[in-house]
Design a protein around this ligand. Structure first.
Ligand code: TXE
Length: 498
């Protein structure tokens, strides 16, 4: 780790990564060079794998699944491997956070917090492995006994995005492994480093060869080939709704593989006049600026009670102006760089669109020039109407759109006026309002008087076009299993032909 320079600045030269198949590191012939979005310098070089490389990885995962080298172990042994992974991650926390920050642009302090969450994911995964069980029916009459076995679904393909490269990975891998499946992972081409480092950690922890394979490459070649692959039994995809839709088509046209999809969001934050406005403003500022708003659960639609709207927006704008946007490697930075140039352009285009659509810019709305890298000021638009593109599309940046309501009924209706249903929050001191809104807003994750709270025990996933299935916790591990009904005759069989 001589390149690490104590994790204080970008490396002097980009670190080279191979890819990982059947327990062995392989080198690429062609590479992606990743520049740190916060510093503009080359930090990693990752292999552009071919479809042949992918086929070799799927074949390795298939062999590892069929010979039961992982699923056939006693559950205590499998849980021990997952717990050892958690221990090793603890010792490599700073290094993982460093590469995550360099490739993604998120603040180093935030990245360390995410690694802690990932460690917890492996601990919960170990527990989930031990608790996973089937069912029995002792009610079928004296002559018949029924059992329901839970079996691993097989070879899982995992495609992850660039916004939380390690966190999204770790909200899935422990639960896939807990189910007894084997897997092939394709990280985003711009943020592959920590997915590859996890291969080293899993091998050191004693995971058998072939159970976790990593293929790096572009979405259009490797990702598409995974969606179409006839020997992948299930695909877990996190990314854009457009690519999620193409995965559904590819699954239907190949082998009807099961899909887990976590897609976009346009998440409402409902603020009632009776809430603690200071708390709610803090939650709203955090909910839209965390990870520069490049977060599927960002609270990007503020729905605020009209009687306090002006006061609340002023409080919020004042807080947003004080957010420390800066170098991701600086310990004090709260909001880092925009991860890709394409995303930077998309966000600035939406800000321009918001202005031409007639929304009122309250704060932000501009790029921030720090001399290197790409940064955008946390932005608040007021007077937004539901038809505007900024109110309907997932911008995936630090841009919050404020709309108003007068009644609980209107708040719920506005909150549900979206094709998405990933997350929502409500701020009120009134328990009746809190529970009414929680029950009636259609979203997979809900926060009451808090924002982004949670742990890997809780399921993650969306309603409507935000996705299919759930990840993490017992709900997550069950997604990677299928059930088999077993019927056992007891005593003498009554003959059909006597
Ligand atoms: O995502 P893509 P992009 C949203 C967000 C963002 C937009 C575009 O709105 O602005 O998507 O981001 C792989 N078959 N989210 O273009 O392309 C790709 O290599 C299979 C929301 O970067 O969906 C990467 O590994 N896979 C989201 C992953 O898909 C393909 C997080 C995600 O990339 C593929 C990210 C294909 N044809 C973006 N094409 C969230 N909700 O968290 C690409 N990929």
């Amino acid at each position: 780790m001589d390149q690490l320079n104590n994790f204080l600045s970008p490396p002097a030269a980009p670190r080279d990564f191979g890819f990982f198949v059947d327990g062995k590191w392989q080198s690429g012939h062609d590479f992606f060079v990743r520049h740190s979005p916060g510093h503009g310098v080359a930090v990693t070089r990752t292999a552009k794998c071919s479809v042949d490389d992918l086929n070799a990885a799927v074949a390795a995962a298939r062999r590892a699944f069929e010979d039961r080298r992982w699923s056939g172990l006693p559950v205590g042994s499998r849980a021990s491997v997952l717990l050892r992974v958690a221990e090793i991650l603890r010792t490599r926390r700073d290094e993982l956070a460093y590469w995550e920050t360099l490739e993604n642009g998120k603040p180093i302090a935030q990245a360390r917090g995410e690694i802690d969450h990932c460690i917890a994911c492996f601990e919960v995964g170990a527990g989930a492995a031990r608790l996973l069980h089937g069912d029995s029916f002792n009610s079928l009459g004296d002559g018949l006994f029924g059992m329901v076995l839970r079996e691993p679904i097989g070879v899982v393909g995992l495609i992850t995005p660039w916004n939380f490269p390690f966190l999204i990975l770790c909200e899935r891998v422990p639960f896939i492994l807990a189910s007894g499946c084997t897997m092939v992972v394709k990280p985003s081409e711009v943020t592959s480093a920590t997915t590859l480092i996890l291969a080293e950690v899993l091998a050191e922890a004693g995971l058998p060869d072939g159970v976790y394979n990593v293929i790096t490459g572009s979405g259009r070649t490797i990702g598409q080939a995974m969606s179409e692959h006839p020997d992948i039994d299930m695909l877990s995809f996190t990314g854009s709704t457009a690519v999620g839709r193409s995965c559904v088509h590819a699954a239907a046209d190949s082998n009807f593989k099961k899909l887990g999809l976590e897609l976009g969001g346009k998440n409402p934050i409902i603020v009632f006049a009776d809430s603690d406005l200071e708390d709610a403003a803090d939650g709203a500022a955090f909910g839209i600026s965390f990870n520069t708003g490049q977060c599927c659960v960002s609270s990007s639609r503020l729905i605020v009670e009209r009687s306090v709207a002006r006061e609340f927006e002023a409080l919020l704008a004042e807080k947003m102006k004080r957010i420390r946007v800066g170098d991701p490697l600086d310990e004090t930075t709260q909001v880092g760089a925009i991860t890709t140039e394409a995303q930077n352009t998309t966000i600035l285009d939406y800000i321009a669109k918001g202005k031409t659509e007639g929304a009122e810019l309250v704060t932000g709305g501009t790029a921030i020039d720090l001399g290197r890298g790409q940064y955008i000021a946390p932005t608040l638009f007021s007077g937004v109407s539901r038809e505007m593109a900024i109110a309907r599309d997932e911008i995936f940046g630090p841009v919050l759109c404020s709309m108003t309501f007068d009644t609980v009924e209107q708040a719920v209706e506005l909150a549900n006026d979206t094709v998405y249903g990933l997350a929502a929050s409500v701020w009120t001191k009134n328990i009746d309002k809190a529970l009414t809104v929680t029950r009636r807003v259609r979203a997979g994750r809900f926060w009451v008087n808090t924002m982004m709270a949670g742990g890997p025990e809780m399921p993650l996933g969306g309603f409507k076009q935000s996705g299919w299935g759930r990840e993490a916790g017992m709900y997550g591990v069950e997604e990677y299993t299928q059930v088999k009904s077993v019927h056992v005759e007891i005593g003498k069989r009554t003959h059909w032909i006597s």
